[in-house]
Design a binder for this molecule. Structure first.
Ligand code: AHR
Length: 632
């Protein structure tokens, strides 16, 4: 490895590593969004017509059957429980007297004959409601009753065995919809709890929009996020947030497309929608919440807008060009909501929703994975509209299949490139950006992961991604941004594999790729130096960091893709160039200015290591015995 400290290539790109958050794998609902009730407004079984016909298997993992297809007539998340077998009761979805136009269904609980003890209707959450000892939970719901029902309910948090961990009486008083708000405190820890409404009286009552949130959300925001999962992403030290998809943005029809205006304001006024990932999203994690999440994590914002095309050009309902203005206006309004003054229409709404100051959205990505003339013509219309009103917004071309050809003649600032490939691909193309046209658009590697072949989601996959990432680092004058995909998966509902972070209701674990992302993002320099690698294999990947003449830290990212241990570095260049400099490397102290070889072996089993080499000024006494090495 030769590093030319006199040849500073260019400054590092400050936004090289970021997050791509998509509502896929229940990343949002049943994931980072802290709502504990599944199917809170009872619309989960409303399936688009197309799914009725085609089965909606489009993006399901092999063999996956949605719960309501598996158990026809069931109401996802909700169950009836009778203490006595002879009791007669039923639960059903009721479309009469909806709470409002966005909530077409409610739960009707009919208690015909209650023998002896109780009848309960309960919600099991997202594969169990995780409860923590002595923690408080905010419950809210709408209810009404008929004239035969006393209205007396007992509301409980229970463990798996049905033991009550929290109990509160509640009287439904009206035959019209009323809102009820209560706080429940759990007396014990329970990973798979339930929320139950029980009574021993006869009659009928209805429930609607049942919501349960832990009071301890991330920074205790209302309608907030799960702190442990936020920590997982914050630990990656990301610089931007691309949201909310992915194919999620496009859907396969107008009905399944993301429309941000339906996701803001009062939760009960938001419409849920069926996603192409085969579940219904509440949109409780809505446009405003995404903006807030980015602000809370100090991230720049990149909103992906639907440009009127369905996912990857799959057969679907494209928006005809003559109707595109509405969708363009949606995008302009989204920018105004995020960035406009509070005197503007959408800025006023943002302020009413609790955020008077602008969020400073920086990027708009026009579409996702669309291509061809259908895309180009739409791209230009969206681009022109953004630039006419918001010239400061940076636009992103949504995909890049043939370098330089498909963007020809169009104004393009950044292209978003996606790669889902195998080990060899990432190794082979780890130098592809070395020869990219420096006069063309910048590159955002918006989605990538080793997903094909043996080793996907494992260490081998992570090493190949890391090799590819050295190419991004070495060329970050042009590759200015990147994000691994997908970010999250609920282990109970995984549409796509692999992912970076897996979780259930209480815990999470990460893949080796997560450690690569973290290692690379944590170890950033200021300037990329010229570097050369001589190896016996075809794919040297190396990225040099800082000049030690100016600052004291050299970040080196080197990936050993072979199954053998490699000796990577000789220190002669460094000691020759800087006589008298004390070099510490992996705890190896090199204080001698005479020629000597030191080698650092890279362990083939670990395969990837982040190295930091710190140069200490030996004239400063306090540093002489200072021992520093860092290794992840
Ligand atoms: O990351 C999963 C999917 O892969 C995204 O939704 C889409 O953009 C890509 O095809």
């Amino acid at each position: 490895v030769t590093i030319d400290t006199n040849h500073k290539k260019f400054p590092v790109s400050p936004s090289l590593y970021g997050l791509f958050f998509e509502e896929i794998n229940r990343a949002g609902d049943g994931g980072i969004y802290a709502e504990l009730i599944r199917n809170r407004s009872f619309e989960d079984t409303i399936i688009p017509d197309r799914c009725e016909v085609e089965g909606c298997e489009l993006h399901s993992p092999a063999g996956w059957v949605s719960p309501f297809e598996e158990a026809p007539g069931s109401i996802p998340g909700w169950h009836l429980r009778k203490d006595a077998e002879e009791s007669k009761a039923s639960i059903s979805l009721d479309e009469n007297d909806p709470l409002n136009s966005e909530n077409s269904l409610s739960l009707r609980v009919e208690l015909e004959d209650v023998v002896d003890k109780e009848i309960s209707v309960y919600n099991e959450g997202f594969w169990g409601i995780p409860l923590k000892k002595n923690e408080k939970y905010n419950l809210s719901f709408y209810a009404k009753k008929d004239g035969n029902f006393s209205g007396n309910l007992e509301i409980t948090l229970e463990n798996k065995k049905g033991e009550k961990l929290s109990s509160i009486p509640c009287e439904i008083t009206s035959e019209n919809w009323e809102k009820y708000e209560l706080v429940l405190e759990s007396t014990a820890e329970e990973p798979e709890g339930v929320l139950a409404f029980s009574t021993s009286d006869k009659g009928t009552f209805w429930l609607e929009f049942v919501s349960l949130f832990p009071q301890k959300t991330f920074i205790e925001r209302k309608n907030g996020l799960r702190p442990d999962l936020v920590k997982r992403v914050a630990d990656l030290e990301p610089k931007f947030l691309r949201f909310p998809g992915g194919c999620f943005v496009e859907g396969f029809s107008v009905e399944t497309a993301y429309r941000w205006k339906k996701t803001i304001g009062d939760l009960t006024q938001r419409s849920s929608h069926w996603t192409l990932w085969n579940y219904r999203t509440t949109n409780g994690l809505g446009y405003h919440e995404y903006l807030q999440m980015a602000e809370d994590l100090g991230l720049e914002l990149m909103f992906v807008v639907n440009c009127g095309l369905t996912c990857q050009g799959r057969p679907g309902e494209h928006i005809p060009l003559e109707d595109l203005d509405d969708w363009i206006q949606d995008m302009l309004d989204a920018i105004e909501y995020a960035n406009g003054p509070i005197t503007s229409k959408w800025g006023t709404l943002r302020a009413e929703n609790g955020h008077p100051a602008p969020f400073n959205m920086k990027y708009i990505e026009i579409g996702n994975e669309n291509f061809g003339t259908e895309y180009n013509v739409r791209y230009k219309r969206f681009y022109d509209a953004v630039k006419a009103k918001y010239p400061e917004i940076i636009t992103i071309w949504n995909t890049h299949w043939e370098v330089g050809t498909e963007t020809k003649g169009l104004p393009v600032e950044i292209v978003d490139e996606h790669f889902y490939a195998d080990f060899d691909y990432y190794v082979m193309y780890s130098d592809m950006y070395d020869t990219y046209d420096r006069n063309g658009p910048k590159v955002y590697v918006g989605e990538y992961a080793m997903i094909l072949g043996e080793g996907a989601g494992k260490l081998k996959g992570a090493i190949s991604e890391a090799a590819f990432m050295t190419g991004m680092e070495r060329n970050q004058d042009i590759v200015t941004m990147s994000s691994y995909a997908p970010l999250f998966a609920n282990v109970q509902h995984t549409n796509w594999t692999p992912n970076l972070i897996y979780f259930n209701g209480t815990n999470s674990y990460v893949t080796p790729s997560y450690h690569v992302q973290k290692l690379f993002a944590e170890n950033r320099g200021d300037i990329v130096l010229e570097s050369k690698v001589e190896t016996e294999n075809r794919f040297p990947s190396f990225n040099g960091g800082m000049s030690f003449r100016e600052i004291d830290l050299l970040n080196i990212k080197a990936i050993n893709i072979s199954s053998d241990e490699k000796s990577l570095f000789r220190s002669e260049y460094l000691t020759k160039e800087q006589p008298g400099t004390c070099l510490e490397w992996y705890g190896l102290r090199i204080g001698d200015s005479s020629w000597k070889d030191y080698t650092v072996d890279m362990n083939a089993i670990i395969g990837l290591q982040g190295l930091k080499v710190r140069f200490l000024d030996s004239t400063k006494e306090w540093q002489q015995n200072y021992f520093l090495w860092e290794f992840d």
